[in-house]
Each structure stands twice: as structure tokens, then as C-alpha cells.
Design a protein around this ligand. Structure first.
Ligand SMILES: NC(=O)C1=CN([C@@H]2O[C@H](COP(=O)(O)OP(=O)(O)OC[C@H]3O[C@@H](n4cnc5c(N)ncnc54)[C@H](O)[C@@H]3O)[C@@H](O)[C@H]2O)C=CC1
Ligand SMILES: CCCCCC(=O)CC\C=C/C=C/C=C/[C@@H](O)[C@@H](O)CCCC(=O)O
Length: 268
């Protein structure tokens, strides 16, 4: 996707992977709205980006993605402020197996809502110009992981992405939907996960056996790949210290015999 002059909305963008994704999008010439509940970090990031990329290209919007009205209001503000919307990165997420309903709300319910809003504002059938949605899942959404609710939310994001990314939908709305699945990456989420001790110990072990931590730029390379590969729709990209690979694009039983796959009908 060519991003010069386009408009992006990134949730959970005050810090961490969301901030890294937002900066990569700015570097490619787009305007970016940063949504987050962390007002001080969000304002600081926006001020930093304004200095580097221009005050007219970045704005912070205080938004709890789990509050339906706030998320809807934030999408409307972005369109009012920048005059359109072309790219949504549903990135905000937490790991909390104690307050597990909250974990589902932030990581899955809000991503469903973010996708619906993205389709509402970008979908051609609604008067939009088409666009791209990238959902932040995790390797935990692809393989067994010690924190089951977190893993469920991330697997849910994979299923959501694949199904919203069906080609017949693309033919109607011209909005591609893809997911990024990183492994352990150095950000604040690793610092203090609210999980029982056994889960924590097991994660430490997985981290060691998996080859250690990635850094934010490693994951941003995955975002760049999804931005560059305009033919990808419903794609799920695993990003680990071992490299990147697309997941699960084998045919279902309905296509298996013929080996056919309907081509994309529209490239946004
Ligand atoms: N760091 C890692 O190892 C991995 C992270 N992920 C995913 O990447 C995404 C970003 O996480 P990180 O940057 O690692 O963590 P982080 O904790 O540094 O950043 C998360 C951001 O989301 C914001 N946020 C949390 N709840 C929110 C809400 N209700 N509304 C709006 N904003 C909210 C936080 O304020 C924070 O700025 C998450 O979805 C996480 O599950 C996926 C795989 C690996
Ligand atoms: C194999 C799937 C990896 C998926 C990772 C995620 O989606 C994010 C998980 C969120 C929190 C995990 C916390 C884990 C903490 C411990 O492993 C701890 O050892 C991390 C230490 C970090 C460091 O050394 O700086």
C-alpha cells in the first residue's frame, strides 16, 4: 500500500509495538492518529512525532478501546481531523489472566469493533475508498501458550482476520484485512503480566527455548511486509527470531480437490 498522503489510525500507540508501527507509517508519508488510554505517554509520543514529521501529520486521541462510544468517537474524530481513513492498526492489547474478561474485551471485542468501524469508514459499499486493516495477534494465537485466555483472544483475532479477509468481502468493500503474529518482543507488556506463577515460569522457559527476545524494529519489518504485499488478504504473518512466515493459507475442504482459490477482486 502506498502511504504517502494517506491517513492511519493506530490503537495502543502511546508506546511499544503500536508506537513503532505508527512511526513506520509516518516514515512512509501518512498522517497518523494515535489512540491510547495512557494520556501522558500518548501526548509525549505525539509531540515527539510532530517534531520529526510535522505537527499536521500526527494527533493523539485519548481513547479506551473497550468503551464503544469512545472508539466510535475516535474514528469519527480521525475522519473529521484528517479528512479520511485508509489504514487501521488494531494493536492495543494486555495480558491479564486474573481480570480475564478485561483481557477478552481489550484484545478481542475491541478488535472486532475496530474492524467493523474500519469497514464502516473505508468500505466502498459505504462510500469509502477501500483500505487496509492490520490486526495485532501473537504467536500465542497460533500455538499453545501458558496463558489460555490471552491465547484465546489472539487465536480469535486470527480467525476474525481470515474470515473478514475472504475475497468475496474484498470484492464488495475493497478493504484488505491481515494479521501480525509476533513472538516475545521487548516492550512493557512483558514487565508485569498478571498471570499465575506457573504460567510466568513456563513463559520464561518458552522464551529461552524460542531463541530469546525480538526488538520492536523486528516486528515493524513484519508490518512493512504486510503494507508492501498488496495481494495479501486474510493473511496471517508469524514474526519470530527465526524469521517471518505466512500461516495457514492452505485450502479448506471446499477448495482442496480443485486446488483453486478465488483471486482478489480489488486491490486497495
Ligand atoms: N511484546 C510482545 O511480546 C508481544 C505483543 N503482542 C501484542 O502487541 C500489542 C501491543 O503490545 P506491546 O506494545 O507489546 O505492549 P505495551 O504494553 O507496551 O503497549 C500496549 C499499549 O496499549 C495500550 N492499551 C492497553 N489497553 C488499552 C485500552 N483499553 N485502550 C487503549 N489503549 C490501551 C497501553 O496503554 C499501551 O500503550 C498487544 O496487542 C500485544 O498483545 C503480540 C505478540 C508479542
Ligand atoms: C510464544 C508466544 C509468545 C507470545 C508473546 C506475547 O504475545 C506477549 C506475551 C505477554 C507477556 C509475557 C510475559 C512474559 C514474561 C516472562 O517470559 C519474562 O521472562 C520476560 C522477561 C523479559 C526480559 O528479559 O526483559
Amino acid at each position: 500500500m502506498q502511504l504517502s498522503g494517506k491517513v492511519a489510525l493506530v490503537t495502543g500507540a502511546a508506546q511499544g509495538l503500536g508506537k513503532g508501527c505508527a512511526e513506520a507509517i509516518l516514515e512512509r508519508g501518512a498522517k497518523v492518529a494515535l489512540l491510547d488510554t495512557n494520556e501522558s505517554a500518548g501526548q509525549e509520543t505525539a509531540a515527539d512525532f510532530a517534531l520529526k514529521y510535522g505537527a499536521d501529520r500526527c494527533t493523539f486521541i485519548l481513547c479506551d478501546v473497550t468503551a464503544k462510544d469512545q472508539l466510535e468517537g475516535a474514528f469519527q474524530k480521525v475522519v473529521d481531523h484528517f479528512g479520511g481513513l485508509d489504514l487501521v492498526v488494531n494493536n492495543a492489547g494486555i495480558l491479564n489472566e486474573v481480570q480475564w474478561e478485561k483481557c477478552i474485551d481489550v484484545n478481542l471485542v475491541s478488535v472486532v469493533r475496530g474492524c467493523h468501524l474500519g469497514l464502516r469508514y473505508m468500505g466502498k459499499q459505504n462510500g469509502g475508498n477501500g483500505g487496509l486493516i492490520i490486526n495485532m495477534s501473537s504467536v500465542a494465537g497460533l500455538y499453545a501458550f501458558p496463558s489460555p485466555v490471552y491465547a484465546t483472544t489472539k487465536a480469535g483475532v486470527v480467525g476474525l482476520t481470515r474470515s473478514l479477509g475472504m475475497d468475496y468481502k474484498l470484492g464488495r468493500d475493497c478493504v484488505r484485512v491481515n494479521a501480525l503474529c509476533p513472538s516475545f518482543t521487548t516492550t512493557a507488556i512483558l514487565a508485569d503480566p498478571e498471570v499465575p506463577e506457573d504460567q510466568y515460569q513456563h513463559m520464561k522457559d518458552m522464551l529461552e527455548r524460542g531463541g530469546g527476545l525480538m526488538q520492536i524494529p523486528d516486528v515493524v519489518k513484519g508490518l512493512a511486509k504486510l503494507l508492501d504485499e498488496d495481494d495479501k488478504n486474510g493473511a496471517v504473518l508469524e514474526v519470530t527470531v527465526q524469521g517471518m512466515k505466512y500461516h495457514g493459507d492452505e485450502s479448506g475442504p471446499w477448495d482442496r480437490e480443485s486446488g483453486t482459490h478465488q483471486p482478489n477482486l480489488c486491490i486497495a
